[in-house]
Design a protein around this ligand. Sequence first.
Ligand code: BES
Ligand code: MN
Ligand code: MN
Length: 454
Amino acid sequence: MNLAERIDAQRDQHLAELCEFLRIPSVSAKSEHKPDVERAARWVADNLAKAGFKSVEIIPTGLHPLVYAESLEAPGKPTILFYGHYDVQPAEPLDLWTTPAFEPTVRDGNLFARGTADDKGQVHIHLKAFESLRAMNGGLGINVKVLIEGEEEVGSVSLWDYVQKNREKLKADALVVSDTSMLAKGVPSITYGLRGLNYYQIELTGPVRDLHSGVYGGAVPNPLTILSELFAKLHDKNFRIAIPGFYDGVVKLSAAERKALNSLPWKKKDFERAVGAAGYDGEKGFSTVERLWTRPTLEINGMWGGYQGEGAKTVIPSKAHAKFSTRLVPHQDPHKIAKLVEKHVRKLLPKSVHCKFEVLSTGKPWSASFQAPIFKKAQSALEKGFGKRAVFIREGGSIPFVTQMHDTFQVPCVLIGFGLPDENAHAPDEHIALENYFGGIKSIAHFYADLATL
Ligand code: BES
Ligand code: MN
Ligand code: MN
């Protein structure tokens, strides 16, 4: 039996184990799930031990534990650091799930549950690849360090501090991550660029308390009106962000990269089917792929205030709130951008409201060369797992840890994603295609096996 045959023979077993992992509601954002998050950390640690890692640690942090394991039994061979996350996004709104979020179910070749694509399913691909390799070859053939966190979906609050204090321990020749997507079904992909993310929250206060809109309306500031006017001014008619200095430092794509990205087998039809909107908007002068992967954005994530209950209530609210974010691209500096955004917001607001402005998190963009030999290995491993040549893509999502690691260790970061853009990550009915899960295990097992000769 060869590696691929062993993986095929274990399909049912692998899937059953993944379902066990997915049944743990490890929602990092909600304190009521803290015990579940801890249970998930223990599940990962136990399964790393079962996959043959002799040294496995559960590291407590101020919030959710990190899981670390290493297998350093191949002196003179390369060392990789594999990173992923075992926490998931909240499952709400629950009534929009076809089957419950934490009761994994197979339908039409897809496995549905929160965390299937982001990121438990993808972490599990690596666990099963390690296990299969060890079972077949008696060892991994390379040195492996594994770091799986439980706070990715809430901004990796404790991770960076741990990395800074454990630089020697985490040192590796390459970082390997599976927390991204494939360009499309049947198109294995390696991601070489991600956007950065800054997240903001503002609170506007007008009157000291809610007011009768008949008694006071017409002579007082309405913070919700002012909030709407503010956001209406943050884009111009070409959908560019109207904040002075916002685009300073944004790298212009080379003609070669622009051509490469626009000739990928990316289908506008698939994109539009996934979105389902009546029409599309975006920055003038750029293709959709360029807008999604290489251009910065400003998006309102939520706005609230005033009366939202049943029927009518004639009120002028005292307060208005909004959460919004900016996606960043090389070489925008997240801290500089946060300052520019705050300065401009304050400038646009009238004196009649008080503004509390908070920056909830910042994260750098990332884009890197993929010339190092390890990328060829990744490409040929994906070809073995999927029977197709892998393409190099950028993506619009953010994994701040990748940038931090790249900056700190200056090593190749190999992002091999097995999700698909329409698999509803962060939304109801999240799923992963079984062919990508199983193809992923094969590809990753071949990849690690092949790294012994890097
Ligand atoms: N796995 C995603 C990041 C991602 C999604 C990368 C799609 C590439 C394509 C990650 O779990 C995530 O959701 N990141 C957040 C940011 C984080 C700081 C909360 C994001 O991108 O919004
Ligand atoms: Mn993720
Ligand atoms: Mn996510």
